[in-house]
Design a protein around this ligand. Structure first.
Ligand SMILES: [Zn+2]
Length: 303
């Protein structure tokens, strides 16, 4: 009994002192944005280089790191996965796409850098996790969007569905690094939200669909306990179609609950999908706070 108490105390101490690192976050974003051409299917070597970088980083921290390969028109694409916790238990997915249009720092090297830092933090608590956490870097989230079934997230969701994998829920990280305290720096899918939430783009949005179960609500209440970031929650009666990227829809399609974490993308960051979406424009301290919030929450999550 005493040994158990001491073990729990040790685990809690380890959790409390775990913190992400803004320098490492920036290093990951810098690497993913350093290529001479866009990291997408138009330059398959660059896309593969990015996948390899993510795989190598995951491999430092996870006991199980692997590619999920799929083929489109004779070309092989790769999702990159790292698993933590008991392998056969229910699964929580944390995912972000790694391909890009434009330079792709906010969209979505920011999400990938967060995944890599989460891997580093999860390593320390791997054996204490109550369920399995899969970190997944999806290919084709941005550039295969005209054909949703060709996207990495679709192939991933389909494989979970076909194998009847019990999925607790999905956290989607989509553009999480761009913030502004300027007036009129924020737009909304419906204009009247500005009256409620103001015009400063200084918050992180949490978005979920109505009718997708309790996962989103449970995660959000944990986030609120562990967040140092201004969060705004959206669960609208009328869907925000522009928040629902194809990665989001890939999972909703199979009825897996998804909670999107985003800086709202184009509703704030005018540089998205251009060469101006560069690493120097991101707020790494905010990304760091988000990583800490997600880490502290997922390790405490219980159904
Ligand atoms: Zn994106």
């Amino acid at each position: 009994m005493r040994a158990l108490l001491l073990m729990n105390l040790f685990f809690l101490c380890k959790q409390s002192f775990s913190q992400s690192d803004s320098i490492l976050l920036k290093r990951h974003v810098d690497y993913l944005c350093h290529f001479a051409e866009e990291r997408n299917a138009s330059s398959i070597e660059i896309l593969n280089d990015a996948a390899q970088y993510i795989h190598d980083a995951f491999e430092q921290y996870a006991t199980s790191t692997f590619y999920q390969r799929y083929e489109i028109s004779g070309q092989v694409y790769r999702n990159v996965l790292a698993s933590f916790g008991p392998p056969r238990s229910r699964r929580l997915i944390i995912g972000a796409h790694y391909d890009a249009k434009g330079m792709g720092a906010d969209d979505n090297a920011s999400g990938i850098a967060a995944l890599l830092e989460l891997a580093r933090l999860l390593q320390a608590v791997d054996s204490n996790l109550a369920y399995r956490i899969d970190l997944v870097a999806w290919s084709g989230g941005e550039t295969a969007s005209d054909k949703p079934r060709n996207m990495g997230s679709y192939k991933h969701a389909l494989s979970l569905h076909d194998a009847s994998v019990p999925v607790v829920g999905v956290l989607q990280l989509e553009s999480i690094g761009y913030y502004s305290d300027s007036i009129r720096s924020q737009r909304y899918p419906l204009f009247f939200y500005r009256d409620f939430h103001g015009s400063k783009g200084n918050f992180t949005a949490l978005y979920e669909r109505l009718g997708m179960g309790v996962f989103g609500g449970m995660m959000k209440s944990l986030f609120k306990q562990y967040s140092k970031v201004h969060l705004l929650s959206f669960k609208p009666l009328i869907r925000f179609k522009k928040f629902e990227t194809n990665d989001f829809r890939s999972f909703v399609r199979f009825e897996y609950p998804v909670l999107l974490i985003t800086d709202t993308g184009k509703f704030r960051n005018k540089n998205l999908h251009t060469t101006f979406d560069s690493p120097d424009r991101l707020n790494y301290h905010r990304i760091m706070q988000l990583v800490d919030m997600i880490f502290q929450s997922v390790i405490r999550f219980r159904e």
